[in-house]
Write a protein that binds this ligand. Structure first.
Ligand code: NAD
Length: 471
């Protein structure tokens, strides 16, 4: 049994003023594995005050000092790699395959910000005016459970690069990972109050961060529904906001694509992080005349994938994070069946032998119409929708017919053709023939997938205010 009974405020681990206890449940077994004492409004106010006080000095730090801090953070975090992997498997059921890969990239968030700082011009001249990019102030970082460490690490790296101080509110379901991360932050030895971490509930700590005038900017990753409520609350104090929200990303298989490669990759992609990934390509758009072949390949791939205990090296799909999430996914599968989509594989209920945890069968619906609920809403589980199209123009129309616009994927034997199609797609990140990642390249959503961009120089700028001095 693990106990997390401290928060991190003003450079120290302190007992929270809050007394509410939140149970940590292992989603593979639904057994209680720990308890976290949640922070309250008083704790949040104290953390904001510490970050505000630290900002006075930290905002004046030099670029080379901040590069030094980023280097120390990277070293301290990389040392804890195995602890992150263990906590992520136990706490949210991340598969060994996924969390190992995800933690291999953590250092890159800090390296990429160092690279940006090496060339970013904080002082510029336009005609007779000097233009200065200065840190925006105290940043509230609010993150989800499905990508807790990487979200927090990338946002903290960006804030430090900008000269901002932060109050981090991770998901209450990520307390064990957060504890490892916070210990690493402490070890990095930044000045007191630059990084503060308060684990608490969204409607308590999150709301205070959203309303408190001491917060200048909110960097939020999470659901579109919560993102909207944060945006509404934040406007009263005119906070700057970056919102990284949900998605229902299309994966367009053009008629010249190599199906033997593209379809297995599409199925693996849809089930990334056990289907609990904002960028998962959950709508597979395929030429109508190739539907039979696609169905056969997709079914064979899904049925070859292992749903099982996340700690096993061969497991591809672990449990859903919570009973609530499991129930939500089951409800969507029911809706798909009742709505007339063809169930190709998987379906309702738990896979045999996995009844204790929140395991969902690897599920594929085919002959899905883009108007169906399962094609429109983010399911956040291992459920793939195959949607046939007649022409390339119709594929583009279907791809864009969604309230979301986070990511899109295109497979084609002709990369120029794929790029032409990419020009027509309304999404913030489009990958051609695979799943590429680059921490220097902007990331963020069109439409209801968010506001603003993260990563690299495009991620840094929203943490800066621009001041022009004319003489
Ligand atoms: P969520 O929106 O329920 O919670 C995210 C965070 O917001 C949590 O820390 C939560 O406690 C907090 N929160 C909840 N209510 C709040 C309020 N009223 N005010 C302030 N904070 C509040 O999301 P989740 O279930 O933790 O995560 C899954 C969602 O995150 C999915 O929709 C997924 O697509 C999205 N996501 C997006 C990205 C991206 O980069 N675009 C990445 C990962 C996850």
């Amino acid at each position: 049994m693990k106990t997390v009974n401290t928060i991190y405020s003003n450079g120290e681990f302190v007992s929270p003023h809050g007394t509410e206890i939140y149970d940590l449940i292992n989603p593979s077994t639904n057994q209680k594995i720990g308890e976290v004492t949640l922070a309250d409004v008083t704790d949040t106010k104290n953390a904001i005050a510490a970050a505000k006080a630290a900002f006075r000095t930290f905002s004046k730090s030099t670029v080379s000092e901040r590069i030094g801090y980023l280097t120390k953070l990277k070293t301290a975090i990389e040392k804890r790699r195995q602890d992150f992997i263990d906590a992520m498997i136990e706490e949210y059921g991340g598969t060994h395959q996924f969390v190992t890969m995800s933690n291999a990239h953590t250092g890159a968030w800090f390296d990429s910000m160092i690279e940006v700082l090496n060339t970013f011009e904080f002082e510029r001249t336009i005609n007779a005016a000097s233009v200065r990019f200065q840190p925006v102030g105290v940043v509230a970082i609010i993150t989800p459970w499905n990508a807790s460490n990487s979200s927090v690490a990338s946002k903290v790296a960006t804030a430090i690069a900008a000269g901002c101080t932060v109050v981090v509110k991770p998901s209450e379901m990520s307390a064990l990972q957060t504890n490892v991360l916070t210990e690493a932050f402490h070890e990095a030895g930044l000045p007191k109050g630059v990084i503060n971490v308060v684990t608490g509930l969204g409607n308590v700590v999150g709301t205070e961060l959203t309303e408190n005038p001491g917060i200048a900017k909110i960097s939020f990753t999470g659901s579109t529904a919560v993102g909207k409520s944060i945006a509404k609350q934040a406007v009263d104090t005119m906070k700057r906001i970056t919102l990284e929200l949900g998605g229902k990303s299309p994966n367009i298989i053009l008629d010249d694509a190599d199906l033997d490669k593209a379809i297995p990759m599409a199925v693996y992609g849809a089930y990334m992080n056990s289907g609990q990934a904002c960028i998962a390509p959950t709508r597979l758009l395929v030429p109508q005349h190739k539907l039979d072949r696609v169905n056969a390949l997709a079914k064979a791939t899904a049925e070859s994938m292992v749903v099982g205990p996340p700690q096993n090296a061969d497991t591809n799909i672990g449990p859903m994070v919570s009973v609530k999430q499991f129930d939500k996914v089951q409800q969507y599968i029911k809706t798909g069946i009742e709505g007339g989509a063809t169930l190709l594989t998987g379906g309702l209920g738990k896979p045999e032998g996995l009844e204790e945890g929140n395991f969902v069968k690897a599920t594929i619906f085919t002959n899905v119409s883009n108007a169906m609920t399962i094609a429109r809403e983010e399911i956040f589980g291992p459920v793939l929708c195959i949607i046939p199209y007649q022409t390339e123009a119709e594929a583009i129309e279907i791809a864009n017919d969604t309230p979301y616009g986070l990511a899109a994927y295109i497979s084609s034997a002709d990369s120029e053709r794929a790029k032409r199609v990419a020009e027509e797609i309304d999404a913030g990140r489009i990958c051609i023939n695979g799943f590429s990642h680059d921490p220097m390249v902007p990331f963020g959503g069109f439409k209801q997938s968010g506001i603003g961009r993260e990563y690299g120089v495009y991620g840094l700028q929203p943490y800066l205010e621009i001041k022009a001095v004319l003489s």
